[in-house]
Design a binder for this molecule. Structure first.
Ligand code: ADP
Length: 535
């Protein structure tokens, strides 16, 4: 027997149509570089996203071709989220925090055909332009500057008119891609489909997860170039929620001002943002009030229980989520399962300081030295996940080390995160096997720093580890062994690294040591080093 249900492909275009037709009055508020606010109704956003689709089709964009974005969080970036896939293209968000060489390499690896870039980011574009030739560079006059003649003007393109029809597609066709830092070697591309995005939006929006509804106002601080802004733009448009996009103004005072005028009910970002905001808030009592009923969704790095408690004092609820670019990204969210309905506030704080429980459609297991470990809250292993919005490979590179197959031939993503799961299904992240440092929500590769340092004539060996940092979560510490009789100063090493790393990626500190501890197989024994510098 066969089911009688229609085989309608899941489609992001349905989400755009739904948003525009059902919620024409919902608002998208964007903060411009001059700090003024630009308000756009969903009806206009819908028209403009379709106009972008039409313009890209006119420019000859073919199905599956990449259109890169280099943009802050604002209306035009949101239009790209929907307008590029509407034309059959793949939106490739470039991370503007990376060093120009890396951005250029990534654009070239993804074979991006067109670029949509904010006028205020043209100086950054010019730094990596020699590394990759985009056929068209479309400039968003976000900062109000006149678009230089050699580029296309985004607004003029949108006014180009013409009929628009969504490009035909299957549900597994790609709509977006995002590169994620590799431990070694270059970043790797993850490609999302219509299907994975729609399923992720539905699941992540559920009451026990984001608890998102059309009555919400969402302040998205998480960059739109970061794992699709955790999927919030898709979920918000699907449900008609008001979206508040802070543009380039991420200073705590700016965010607090924005909260006063827009009264978000849900705000998302990494712990560094919330820590800074709390300090600003408490340093000037009475200047701001957190909007009543505000919830925040914090993730991307471990959320300290102290932070959750501190916000509770101001009536703000902090929910923690865990996930990765490879997983769309939401995999687990902390909330009170039914058996904890009567939990005391203390118990709730403790639960919210875990990574939470797996969301629907995501299977999660931990694999230790002796294979799959039980959920007893004690046994530690690598966290592996499987599901319809988890990547099964990387774009154009083979990396079998990141995947595992079980006896039933199911594929699992090896996350590189290590932790336990308790008998109730709450995941606790305890460590990371990935040799990466997460500073303010952005990655720094320790291996890349080490290789660059070892390129200095006076350096015999270098090992880079993460050290805890109050503001940034983690910062790199470089342990350097100098060659006999040779000298190097931190300033010299910084100067060398500055050639290939962004400023914020440079080590917080250098420690010149006699030797780097090694494991029995002769590898750097980073666990030992981490232990040494823990305090
Ligand atoms: P994003 O930061 O957008 O979630 P990335 O792919 O850049 O996506 O980073 C994912 C990694 O960030 C995870 O594999 C994990 O190491 C770390 N991470 C994310 N959320 C948490 C969390 N709640 N607790 C601890 N680490 C986290």
């Amino acid at each position: 027997m066969q089911s009688t249900m229609m085989r309608v492909p899941l489609s992001l275009n349905h989400v755009l149509e739904r948003g525009g037709v059902l919620f024409p009055e919902s608002e998208i508020v964007s903060r411009l570089p001059d700090k003024s606010l630009r308000r756009l109704r969903y009806a206009d956003f819908h028209r403009r996203a379709r106009a972008l689709g039409a313009a890209l089709a006119r420019l000859g964009l073919r199905k599956g071709e990449r259109v890169a974005t280099l943009s802050w969080n604002h209306y035009a970036h949101l239009e790209c989220y929907f307008g590029i896939p509407a034309a059959g293209g793949v939106m490739h968000t470039l991370n503007l925090r990376l060093a120009p060489d890396d951005i250029g390499w990534i654009a070239s690896h993804a074979e991006d055909r067109f670029l949509v870039v904010d006028d205020v980011l043209l100086p950054l574009y010019r730094q990596f332009a020699p590394l990759h030739r985009f056929e068209r560079v479309i400039v968003v006059p976000f900062g109000g500057a006149r678009v230089p003649q050699e580029f296309d003007d985004y607004e003029a393109l949108l006014e180009g008119g013409g009929d628009f029809d969504y490009a035909p597609h299957a549900e597994d066709d790609p709509i977006a891609m995002c590169y994620t830092s590799g431990t070694t070697g270059r970043p790797k591309g993850v490609v999302y489909s219509h299907r994975s995005t729609v399923l992720h939006s539905l699941v992540a929006s559920l009451p026990d997860n984001w608890g998102l509804s059309g009555r919400d106002c969402v302040l998205a601080v998480t960059p739109m170039f970061h794992a699709n802004c955790w999927g919030i733009p898709y979920g918000a448009v699907m449900l008609g929620a008001k979206l508040v996009l802070p543009g380039p103004h991420l200073h705590p005072v700016d965010l607090l001002d924005l909260m006063q005028s827009e009264s978000p009910t849900l705000a998302i970002g990494v712990p560094t943002i919330w820590l800074g905001m709390l300090q600003a808030y408490e340093s000037e009592p009475g200047r701001w009030r957190f909007p009543p009923g505000l919830r925040t969704l914090v993730g991307g790095a471990a959320v300290p229980e102290a932070l959750i408690r501190a916000y509770a004092k101001h009536g703000v609820r902090v929910d923690q989520g865990w996930g990765m670019t490879e997983t769309s990204p939401v995999c687990t969210i902390a909330y009170e399962k039914p058996e904890f309905r009567d939990a005391t506030p203390d118990e709730r704080f403790k639960r919210n300081a875990t990574a939470g429980v797996p969301v629907p459609l995501v299977d999660l297991r931990i694999v230790g030295d002796k294979g799959v470990a039980p959920w007893d809250g004690k046994q530690v292993g690598e966290i592996q996940v499987s599901g319809p919005f988890v990547t099964g490979r990387y774009h154009a590179v083979d990396d079998p080390s990141r995947f595992a197959e079980d006896a039933h031939h199911n594929l699992w993503l090896r996350t590189g995160d290590v932790g336990t799961v308790d008998p109730h299904g709450y995941v606790r992240i305890t460590d990371r096997t990935k040799d990466l440092i997460k500073s303010g929500g952005e990655w720094i590769s320790s291996v890349d720093l080490e290789n660059a340092l070892m390129g200095h004539a006076a350096v015999a060996e270098a090992a880079v580890i993460a050290i805890a940092h109050e503001k940034w979560g983690e910062r790199p510490l470089a342990c350097v062994v100098l060659k006999p009789g040779k000298q190097a100063t931190p300033e010299e090493l910084d100067a060398l690294l500055s050639k290939s790393f962004a400023k914020w990626q440079l080590p917080e500190r250098y420690d010149f040591i006699a030797e780097i501890p090694r494991t029995s197989t002769g590898k750097f024994w980073k666990a030992k080093l981490r232990e040494r510098y823990r305090s």
